[in-house]
Design a protein around this ligand. Sequence first.
Ligand SMILES: Nc1ncnc2c1ncn2[C@@H]1O[C@H](COP(=O)(O)OP(=O)(O)OP(=O)(O)O)[C@@H](O)[C@H]1O
Length: 535
Amino acid sequence: MVAEVSMRGITKRFPGVLADDHVDFEVEAGEIHALMGENGAGKSILMSQLAGVYQPDEGEIFIRGERRTFASPLDAIDAGIGMVFQSFKLFPSLTIAENVVFRSEPRKRGLIDRKEANRTVAEIAERYGLSLDPQARVDSVPVGVLQRVEIVKALYREARVLILDEPTAVLTPQETERLFDVLRALKADGRTIILITHKLGEVMAISDRVTVLRDGRNVAQLVTAESSPDEITRHMTGRHVDLTTPPPAHAPGEVVLDVRGLTVPGSGERDAVSDASLFVRRNEVVGIAGVAGNGQVELAEAVIGMRKTSAGAVAVAGRDLSAASIAQRRDGGIAYIPEDRHAVGSAGGADAIENLALGHHRSAPLLKRGLLSRSAMLDHAKRLISRFGVKIAGPTTRVGTLSGGNLQKVVVARELDYGSPVLIAEQPTRGVDIGAIESIHRELCTYRDTGGALLLISAELSEIMSLSSRIVVMFEGRIVAEVPQTEASEALLGLYMAGHEPEERHRPGAFDALRDAHPAAGGPRTDVSEKGAAR
Ligand SMILES: Nc1ncnc2c1ncn2[C@@H]1O[C@H](COP(=O)(O)OP(=O)(O)OP(=O)(O)O)[C@@H](O)[C@H]1O
């Protein structure tokens, strides 16, 4: 049988980086094929060559036995290859249907036939269970729908092979289930799916075969049903990975982060966050669980000062930061790993030295006699790159060229290294490989055990449950339940996340006695906005 896709001897180099090193990669028609590997292993670049975004330096591509060269994505689309990237390429002010048919619009007497466009898009969506409204504007729909738009766009252009680059990284568990139903329907229709993902559970659940890349080379091709998560992990990392986290080394101490009655106005009538109160103590991890879009991100952004609040107070170690600027809050002891590592977390055009120095640049050792020391910055960058295993050509490499997971490591490394008493971490392991999840979890536990107070927000319930001693659940902008780790299960949290009434002992505020028993050590509250922040 002729393979649907056959890539042979593919080699792609960037300055200082061998992204793909003579890779052979084969996919059969009608299969769901998972492409796995550590951050920077060369997965996205390999698929970008199949999709015509990059051209190989060496090697050949065959589609159904025929040798093809793709000078651009249009050539790949002509050959039936469609790719859905990690960041979507849509026009926000156009409707879904207008985006889908862009540049291949159906026409009637020379004019764009909108009715036909809407009809065709609705029909494709319907056939594969991709629920969407063709006439909705793209800027009005959530991210899960945007992904469906990209899939419909590829199908409209008659893609026989659909490449999805970490499609579930931005989806809720429910949306992931729906996406998988769509993928199964596409497979039943004879289409071929290539799935880049870091999630082993998903690979085991949906793929027929797995190819593993390591350091730019194809190191394993496996039949999923005959393999195991452990075997795949060993091919990826060369070792056994243990995701169990050590229990806290110390009992929690005094309250460090104290949030009371925080209310954040929303864009519509409802507040994005309504009257939220929580606290995190020294040596403690508190998790926030919730379906995406229920106020978790807004709460975190309000605590760090990125969002305006209409009521409530934020204090760190007894100092009121409610009126403080972002910089004052950072200096006042809050470090922050943002969900959006591209727009908020890093400066893509700057190198790793500068990105890792951000925020460290106002004090020694990077600041010497009022001047930034380039050699201290370099040492600092080298130390963090090595400690966190960031795969990067060198400290002077611009971080905009890093693979997704490696950029995440840069942000996590910088924020953890401040040694701030409070760390707010949003999706700290999103897009990072399994070995890096293990090391980031270890680092977070070390932070906790060396006196840190960690507020963790994650779409991965398993991550929340393994790290947090208490879990706060948000629904429609409110904190609706508080569950101790010992009583948490995915089923129970799932119910509370869907708005079910909590049991009496899980009502919000059920743990307030702990807050009162361990008041902040900072003594009477001082207002940092008037006095200026001092470390
Ligand atoms: N435009 C570019 N310029 C320079 N180097 C690049 C560029 N694009 C990618 N690279 C490098 O090529 C290597 C492979 O990157 P690729 O994006 O394929 O990794 P990946 O396996 O998809 O990783 P992740 O799981 O983190 O997304 C990385 O070391 C990356 O830094």
